[in-house]
Write a protein that binds this ligand. Structure first.
Ligand code: NAD
Length: 372
């Protein structure tokens, strides 16, 4: 393929990429639909001051592909998509910009559902939803499921139980030691639950207020808490490292420091590169793939199509435990890394759906019309 057409090559595994331009509001966005074999594409909308269209396109293509795997692993009836808005979330937002974005989403006729991600808030999508029904993750007052960090934290705890079971033959949370990086919406809830169970936890956060809050809360709880400086969180003598802050933290610099037996946390894209999964395996550290462990929020967002029911969401989130055990078992049988085993499981789920007998039946209209 010549250089002139290389853009099409880069999108070769994507179904559709839509450039959205609205000079009146300053909206410049890209929506990428990676794969809809399992259902309409689902993925948040990120707003970031990208330096170029190239950088924004790279991000949206990578993130939308990731959503295909995440949806398949969580066993929800959605495929992978993502949107990026090019702009500074602190300066460039306006209600009209998000309404314009909502119109573009609507123009896809239900092939793409979206909501908040880095740089966007639920409030932004209250504007967008005035133009389209294909928004999820809204506040409860607007018919959405509300705070997704609750099921995400719950999913992390199921992930830790499955990891404990694989490492120690019992899933008990309270008898182990954990190193938690980041005490934000997810990490704080995970830390509190572990302390309630009686666990020993090491924690770090760049925000002193978060550290102060956990210190206050821990005095009434069964477990023990130790705050460590940010760089030390990688090298503490704990059973499991629980990353709940940044991506890319499993890399050439941090792997040599790790003393833990396993890693299981909510942070997205924990491995800086695929080869770091191999390095973990060689070091004998069990890695729980991030996109399986942190799927609780996605499960809630997907579940909105059936109406809001938090109990049902938490029950579905429990499946993370079984999915993770399946991935650990498959990795040990095949000799693959857990990341490779997880990807293979997702690809098989997608292939199975494509080859299934897909005869015509009544349209699923009521299921897809959440806010009519
Ligand atoms: P958050 O912004 O509420 O919390 C992140 C916390 O990490 C903050 O307290 C921040 O001060 C801290 N932090 C940042 N840099 C740090 C560093 N170098 N060392 C230690 N702490 C640091 O975010 P969140 O919603 O709790 O999400 C945490 C992670 O989980 C993110 O990677 C997010 O993408 C991922 N995730 C979250 C959800 C969800 O439902 N919230 C769902 C899936 C994945």
């Amino acid at each position: 393929m010549t250089k002139e057409f290389e853009l099409f090559d880069r999108m070769a595994t994507h179904e559709q990429v839509v450039f959205c331009n609205d000079p009146a509001t300053g909206l410049r966005a890209i929506i990428a639909i990676h794969n809809t074999a399992l259902g309409p594409a689902l993925g948040g909308c990120r707003m970031q001051p990208y330096n170029s269209v190239e950088e924004a396109l790279e991000d949206v293509l990578r993130l939308s592909k990731g959503m295909t795997y995440k949806c398949a692993a969580a066993d929800v009836d959605f495929g992978g998509g993502k949107a990026v808005i090019i702009g500074d979330p602190k300066k460039d937002k306006s209600p009209e910009l998000f309404r314009a974005f909502g119109q573009f989403v609507n123009s896809l006729g239900g092939r793409f559902f979206t909501g908040t991600d880095m740089g966007t808030t639920m409030e932004d999508f209250i504007h967008a939803m005035r133009e389209t029904n294909f928004i999820n993750g809204l506040p409860e007052a607007y018919g959405g499921g509300g705070d997704s960090s609750i099921p995400t934290a719950s999913g992390v705890l199921y992930g830790l139980k499955a990891t404990n079971f694989t490492l120690f033959g019992n899933e008990e949370l309270g008898t182990k030691t954990y190193a938690i990086q980041g005490l934000g919406k997810v990490g704080y809830k995970v830390a509190i639950s572990l302390l309630e169970e009686g666990a020993n936890i090491f924690v770090s956060d760049i925000n002193n207020e978060s550290l102060h809050a956990i210190e206050l809360a821990s005095s009434d709880l069964k477990g023990t808490l130790k705050i460590v400086p940010n760089e030390e969180i990688y090298s503490v003598d704990a059973d499991i490292f629980v990353p709940c802050a940044l991506g890319g933290i499993i890399n050439d610099m941090t792997i040599p420091k790790l003393q833990v037996k396993a890693i299981a946390g909510s942070a997205n894209n924990q491995l800086l590169a695929d080869r770091h999964g191999i390095m973990l395996k060689e070091k004998g550290i069990l890695y729980a793939p991030d996109y399986i462990v942190n799927a609780g929020g996605l499960i809630q967002v997907a579940d909105e199509l059936f109406g809001i029911n938090h109990e049902r969401v938490l029950a579905k989130t429990k499946q993370i435990y079984h999915t993770l055990l399946e991935v650990f078992k498959e990795a040990s049988l095949t000799g693959n890394t857990t990341d490779e085993a997880a990807n293979a499981m997702c690809e098989k789920r997608i292939e199975n759906r494509k080859t299934r007998n897909n005869f015509y039946s009544a349209p699923l209209k009521p299921k897809w019309s959440i806010r009519k």
